[in-house]
Write a protein that binds this ligand. Structure first.
Ligand code: ADP
Length: 273
């Protein structure tokens, strides 16, 4: 049985004249322990799809299953990381982690929560910044803290919406390596749904890449990423198999962009007549 199942999903926003169909007849199964990326042009419904699995939105039609049961809202089994970190600005780095652990793990004492928070800060290299507030940390550090919080809360699944989208390329590469390092060290790997519009990031991190079409978002293709782990970016990015897979994904992507552009041009022509 799939860990996450999206069944006949339709999501539309607005009413009648201003109605947008964000997702149209989406079916997707994600197996336990898989790292699956969603890629597609801006506005194709990636965030909407992730929000459905997080239980933050309800589909207009269809339903989402986790372990075979329909979900009805958010749950502690699904940890979410967004691009904007969503940390508590009035709590220090350590407090942010301690609070998250205290509220996700009932049987843990205050001392255990604090010790665990300290260990996770260390894991992401932020021990020296434990008493700093998020507003005084760099974007990269804040995202490290958000990732540490997600791992510390230990949910069954990670749902990540362009978590590294706001970072410069060096910080982004660092975070990708940190995420795969933390994810791979778990004997029972978490199931991950990861939104990105970066093809290289999707291949580097994922077991499968789901390519979506522009609005209304549909699944165009699900592509397996067969490269063994651990993946070293220098070796991967120069291998022939990588170059072939990358150009396959980029061509799917650009087909979609071109169709979208042609559609927009047609709409413009219709408007100007
Ligand atoms: P992506 O994450 O791929 O950029 P989104 O899921 O954010 O795409 O959006 C998909 C489509 O739904 C877009 O056309 C967007 O404008 C529309 N949309 C998203 N959220 C809302 C909303 N709350 N109200 C109206 N339209 C929305």
């Amino acid at each position: 049985m799939a860990r996450i199942g999206l069944k006949d999903i339709i999501v539309s926003y607005g009413k009648n004249g201003s109605r947008t169909v964000a997702l149209d007849n989406v079916n997707l199964d994600v197996s336990d322990g898989q790292f699956v990326s969603l890629i597609g042009p801006s506005g194709c419904g990636k965030s909407t799809l992730l929000d459905l699995v997080a239980g933050l939105r309800k589909p207009t039609n269809g339903y989402v299953e986790v372990d075979g049961f329909e979900i009805n809202g958010p749950g502690p089994d699904r940890g979410v990381v967004f691009q904007d970190y969503s940390l508590f600005p009035w709590m220090s780095a350590l407090e942010n982690l301690r609070f998250a652990i205290e509220h996700s793990q009932e049987k843990t004492t205050k001392e255990q929560c604090l010790a665990k928070a300290g260990r996770y800060l260390e894991l992401v290299g932020l021990s020296k910044f434990s008493d700093k507030y998020p507003g005084t940390l760099s974007g990269g550090m804040r995202q490290r803290l958000a990732i540490a919080r997600m791992f510390a809360m230990n949910p069954e699944m990670f749902l990540m919406d362009e978590p590294f989208g706001a970072l410069d390329s060096l910080n982004r590469a660092f975070m990708q390596d940190l995420l795969t390092h933390l994810w791979s060290r778990d004997k029972e790997r978490k199931t991950v749904l990861f939104v990105t519009h970066d093809v290289d990031e999707a291949i580097l991190l994922s077991d499968k890449v789901v390519v979506m079409t522009p609005t209304p978002g549909r699944i165009k293709e699900v592509v397996d990423v067969p490269f063994p782990r651990p993946r070293r970016r220098q070796n991967l990015f120069t291998s022939q198999d990588y170059i072939i897979l990358r150009s396959k994904l980029l061509s799917r992507f650009s087909e979609e962009m071109q169709e979208d552009l042609a559609k927009q041009e047609n709409e413009l022509i219709t408007w100007s007549i």
